[in-house]
Design a binder for this molecule. Structure first.
Ligand code: UTP
Length: 463
């Protein structure tokens, strides 16, 4: 077996993967052989060779225009919020909407030892991200008297703990056949200097999840697309695990998507600053696409349109509605989404078996991004949302400048306090408050349930 594997590796200069072969027991050898056979070495070589050849985006960016958008605070949109809500309600009432939650990331910046979904984020309740998301799905489904299946995408890095956690908590009340956990693929990490694959241990190749864009392939491979067909689900609401403010399956957003005949709609916020670190949704040459902030030259980012507003104004918050037909069409066409290159720190063993904990960006990871679906979709649109009610990213550990658990909790509390005040309650600025999704999904629902004259003077969780 060793010779066969060596012959497979030799054309790609990857024979070092067998350096410890003779020390492995039979089971470990079989496992390493299976790992090697599953890798597309030709693809890895091609991606590595192209690692520094970034497309020159300047000519394209010179032709940039704002994307087709539904904006806040304007009467210029082709449909009103009321029309959109009505259309969204219809789709929800018809049971045509499902949700997909991507939770396969390694969450390295957060520095939390478990999958991010297990992070306790409720400012008063201490509920985990998973529980908050699941309860929103349950509440939305109840409101419309339908089932909203929730698909949770994990990765080899998060799968086991996520599945055990959700099962141990009885899926936080979601019936077993309405929650489906499926695992995305992974890609080997390579040494940035040589392109050689890294060994995590003598019998294990270092790999990482293949990006949230791995959803396309993973949904087809794991029977999610078949399941959607069987249930008659036509639109998938997409969210990422690290934003507890997402208004899951909110009817207005779904309504704009359907009224515009869009196959992929994206929630965006108006950037606070031209250089804000968000993906930028733009249109160029008739195509809508996302340009990463790292690819956007400062002068282009600052460019103004004729009316004096920022041309590149729309910052993606990674919340989408995706037409299932698009996923089906692309998974049949199947070259998959392109891979992007990320330089990261990856621990590994060296040729003597010594454990290396690098302090520099020693490795390259290959990831697919969900937003690469946008240019492939028909009539993609963006829908502007108010960031205070939609966007509380948790990326960094406590103490960092932004996007920390504390900043997210502050945003959650502020939103819920504003709902309480709109419902007529008295609540002090310093008092921590939190509203369970099962109590209310929005200010109107809260107002209908909250007793008159409510006064809140101490930390309160309304459930
Ligand atoms: P991020 O790009 O913020 O990555 O993921 P991350 O892995 O969570 O965190 P860092 O960069 O290591 O600190 C955004 C969302 O996409 C999901 C994450 O779980 C998160 O919900 N994701 C990311 C996947 O599902 N799979 C991946 O391969 C990568």
């Amino acid at each position: 077996m060793k010779d066969e594997l060596a012959a497979r590796l030799a054309p790609y200069d990857q024979q070092h993967l067998l350096a410890f072969w003779d020390r492995l027991d039979a089971e470990q050898q079989a496992s390493l052989a299976a790992q090697i056979r599953a890798i597309d070495f030709e693809l890895i070589r091609r991606l590595y060779q192209r690692r520094d050849s970034r497309d020159d985006l300047r000519p394209l960016l010179a032709r940039t225009a704002p994307p087709p958008a539904f904006r806040l605070d304007t009467t210029q949109n082709p449909f009103t919020p009321e029309q959109a809500r009505r259309r969204g309600h219809q789709a929800l009432d018809a049971g045509e909407v499902g949700a997909v939650l991507v939770a396969g990331g390694q969450g390295t910046r957060l520095d939390f030892p478990q999958p991010k979904g297990l992070f306790p984020i409720g400012p008063v309740s201490g509920k985990t991200l998973f529980q908050i998301h699941v309860e929103k799905v349950i509440a939305r489904a109840r409101r419309h008297g339908v089932r909203i299946p929730l698909y949770v995408m994990t990765s080899p890095a998060t799968h086991e703990e996520t599945a055990v956690f959700l099962a141990a908590h009885d899926r936080f009340g979601l019936p077993p056949d309405e929650l489906r956990v499926f695992c995305q693929g992974s890609m080997p990490a390579v040494d940035a200097a040589t392109g050689g694959l890294l060994l995590e241990s003598p019998g294990r190749i270092a790999t990482s999840p293949d990006g949230h864009g791995g959803l396309l392939e993973a949904a087809a491979r794991n029977g999610v697309l078949d399941d959607l067909r069987r249930r008659g689900i036509r639109q998938l609401f997409y969210l990422q695990v690290d934003n507890p403010l997402v208004d899951i399956c909110g009817p207005e957003f779904i309504g704009y998507h359907l009224l515009a005949g869009s196959e992929l709609s994206s929630q965006v916020v108006a950037k606070r600053d031209p250089l804000e670190r968000l993906g930028n949704v733009i249109e160029a040459d008739g195509k809508t696409m996302v340009i990463e902030y790292s690819d956007l030259p400062d002068d282009v980012a600052r460019r103004l349109s004729a009316d004096g507003s920022l041309t590149i104004w729309a910052g993606s918050i990674a919340v989408h509605v995706i037409d299932v037909a698009l996923l089906r069409r692309l998974s049949e066409a199947s070259h998959g989404l392109p891979f992007h290159i990320a330089r990261k720190r990856v621990a590994h063993i060296d040729s003597t078996g010594r454990q290396i904990e690098p302090s520099d960006l020693n490795a390259i990871k290959f990831e697919r991004f969900i937003f690469d679906l946008i240019p492939l979709a028909r009539n993609p649109i963006v829908v502007e949302v108010d960031r205070r009610s939609a966007f509380a990213p948790i990326k960094n550990a406590s103490g960092a400048k932004e996007d920390t658990p504390e900043s997210a909790q502050g945003l959650l509390t502020a939103l819920h306090r504003s709902w309480l005040r709109r419902a007529g309650a008295e609540v002090g600025d310093e008092v921590p408050v939190e509203i369970s999704p099962l109590m209310a999904l929005d200010a109107e629902e809260l107002a209908a349930k909250l007793p008159r004259g409510t006064r809140i003077t101490q930390p309160t969780y309304l459930a």
